[in-house]
Design a protein around this ligand. Structure first.
Ligand code: UDP
Length: 398
């Protein structure tokens, strides 16, 4: 089959952990690759990072990256809305020039959904959408700036007009069914996968070397957090919680990730670290290359994920795959992953720093790499070839 995958606001090849680029990029790269390996033709449409780049790049067998439209690179995500029809025109023109008939259109995030919906009308082909985050959920669950009415309304329309809404977690699927009153047949649950050849435990000696090189401690405990520095990630709770740990505990906190949509969340976190007297315990690394993250996960004793909202929560899966247990809010796909298996860590309900501090202390005092047997059974449902197969199955019913 031929798939047009739309990811207009954020490039699948962008630097994960930086502005607007995170789990969705990892998802798109990995799923496209798995589909390509199964012989499907995948064209990923995204905005061109700079005009010097070729319009079409071959990523790997059967997978291409195509840049529709001009001048999109410089636009802030918040100004892309009015360009979505022109993006659809450009994709349509390209497909006519190349004489391609796509079988399916698969849009990611609401902005691509707008272009995808137009293409559905033009090509008369099924349109799938994955929202990744929903404005309504963000507004209900996260403090701070609210998503605009335009996005709220458009997401509701897109859910109604598309042929299938794909989610990566059961909780997100339930949310979508409930918000938009959809029939369950119009949804498909396709959990994310994990590249086990990249994210895996390393042996004791390498783990110790990793600790020394990655800002972790050889003797004490290292608490890791990974993600774009955005209010939705709730990292302030981690800082408040560690400020309650006994001062004689030998611990260090490493927070990995770049600034999100603005500088304010990072500055606020740094202020909090300073105000709580934690400057010698909490460190911000900025963005770390995705391929280097396994060393950080391996160097850590626990990973803390205090998010208000996740559509899946890849960081939890990556950490566990590296043998490092997590302490997380019960959001996205994390309950399915962690709730089943004590060895994988624990979930903390609510946002009381005292409960989080207690959970962190309990886990890091007994923490050790997750046993291989637990990884083998617990991670079986999370593979990209399986995700590609689930997608094929969902498409076969359209
Ligand atoms: N990530 C990365 N480098 C960083 C920070 C994050 O490669 O400095 C990656 C991380 O490995 C994960 C993704 O960004 O694959 C974040 O995904 P998640 O689902 O946890 O959050 P999202 O970005 O989708 O909100």
């Amino acid at each position: 089959m031929r798939l047009a995958i739309l990811s207009i606001h954020s490039s699948p090849m962008g630097r994960a952990g930086s502005k607007d680029t995170g789990g969705m990029s990892t998802y798109l790269r990995s799923l496209s690759s798995a589909l390509g390996r199964k012989g499907h033709q995948v064209d990923l449409y995204t905005r061109r990072p700079n005009s010097g780049r070729e319009r079409v790049e071959n990523l790997e067998a059967n997978v291409r990256l195509i840049y529709p439209g001009d001048g999109l690179a410089e636009l802030d995500k918040n100004h892309l809305f009015s360009h979505c029809p022109a993006v659809a025109d450009s994709i349509d023109r390209f497909s006519r020039l190349e004489k391609i008939n796509y079988d399916f259109i698969y849009s990611h995030y609401w902005l691509s959904g707008i272009s995808g919906r137009l293409l559905k009308k033009r090509w008369n082909k099924p349109h799938l959408i994955m929202f990744h985050t929903l404005a309504r959920a963000k507004n209900e669950l996260c403090p701070g700036e609210k998503e605009p009415q335009l996005r709220l309304e458009t997401e509701a329309e897109l859910a109604r007009d598309c042929d299938l809404v794909v989610t990566a977690a059961e909780s997100e699927k339930r949310r979508i069914l409930n918000y938009y009153n959809l029939s369950i047949k119009k949804t498909a649950l396709i959990p994310c996968g994990i590249e086990r050849s990249v994210f895996h435990p390393i042996n004791e000696k390498c783990r110790l070397d990793s600790k020394l090189h990655k800002g972790a401690q050889a003797s004490g405990k290292t608490i890791l957090a990974v993600g774009r520095i955005e209010p939705v990630k709730g990292f302030e709770l981690l800082i408040e919680a560690v400020s309650l740990l006994p001062s004689e505990d030998d611990f260090k906190v490493v927070i990995i990730g770049g600034e999100g949509s603005g500088r304010a969340p990072l500055a606020a976190l740094k202020d909090k670290v300073f105000d709580l007297g934690l400057s010698d315990r909490v460190f911000f690394t900025g963005v770390v290359e995705h391929s280097c993250l396994p060393f950080y996960y391996n160097a850590a004793d626990i990973t803390v994920i205090p998010s208000y909202y996740e559509s899946f929560g890849l960081v939890a899966l990556e950490s566990i795959a590296c043998g490092t247990p997590v302490i997380a809010s019960p959001v996205g796909g994390v309950p399915e992953l962690v709730g089943q298996n004590n060895a994988f860590g624990c979930l903390v309900k609510g946002r009381d720093p005292v409960s989080w501090a207690a959970a962190i202390r309990k886990l890091y005092t007994k923490s050790k790499p997750i046993p291989h047997t637990a990884l083998e059974t617990g991670l079986t449902p999370y593979s990209w070839p399986d995700a590609a197969e689930k997608l094929e199955l969902a498409l076969s019913s359209l």
